[in-house]
Design a protein around this ligand. Sequence first.
Ligand SMILES: [Ca+2]
Length: 286
Amino acid sequence: MAEARRGRTDRTPLRRPTGFEDQDSHRATCASAGILRGPVAYDESLCSDTHCSCLCLLHRDSMFPMLWVLPMLFAPAAALEAPRRMQAQFAAQAPRLEGRLTEWQQATPIAFSGRPLAGHPRHATVYALWDAANLYLAFDVYSSPLQAQVREHDGDRLWFDDGIEFLIDAHRDRGTAYLPDDFAYHINIRNTVFDDRGTPQGQPDKAWNGVARHSVHILSDHRYLVEVAVPWAEIGLTPVAGTTRLGIDLCVNGSDPATGAYDYFDWCHLQVFHDPSGFGEMELVG
Ligand SMILES: [Ca+2]
């Protein structure tokens, strides 16, 4: 995933991929690690482009050891902000995941947006509900013309398809390591999933497969709805209104079918996605 909130000071330095010997393998390593996926991360010109943080690390260490420090010294106020917050409302009636937005009106939605992609505006509204069995999320997304290629579970490059992601830090540790209480779902508009969970070593493991229920409804050429029910047993918490809080980020991926241009936008403006220190917070209410 790619740029946003440059010069953050509220996190440890970007995770350095290891084992790369040239720029192509470096990019591949970043991609497989889920780091800095974005249009800039795959542009051949990026080795000299400060928009590509993964490649900047290469340059930072070898060529410009001081220049990259300066933006961090003058980080915008947003970098010092408290975590973003949202609420999940208790669901008097569980949503059926059948594409009915009316079932989500009991929630307090949040909205976030991205840069236009191929001239098309992009934004998302996310609804969160809960009951004793599940945490429920619904993503109502507007984007460029929709496309998706990946049909295999845990298929490579699924995040280049139109689709959504959410990442959860169940214990709200807000650490930089991606631990076993941290997990992520990527769901493209074919309703295909790439899911992973953290390990004791702090790395995402795509061999983990979750059991969340999910559905996708295409509402127009530019709009779709993804609904998800994540069991609390999978999250590893017993939900309590007014007490339970999760670390969470919400993301939308998209590629323009005419140009192939890719971009994402996320609620928390993460720079490294498998890094719970940048996640926002969700409180259960109701
Ligand atoms: Ca998996």
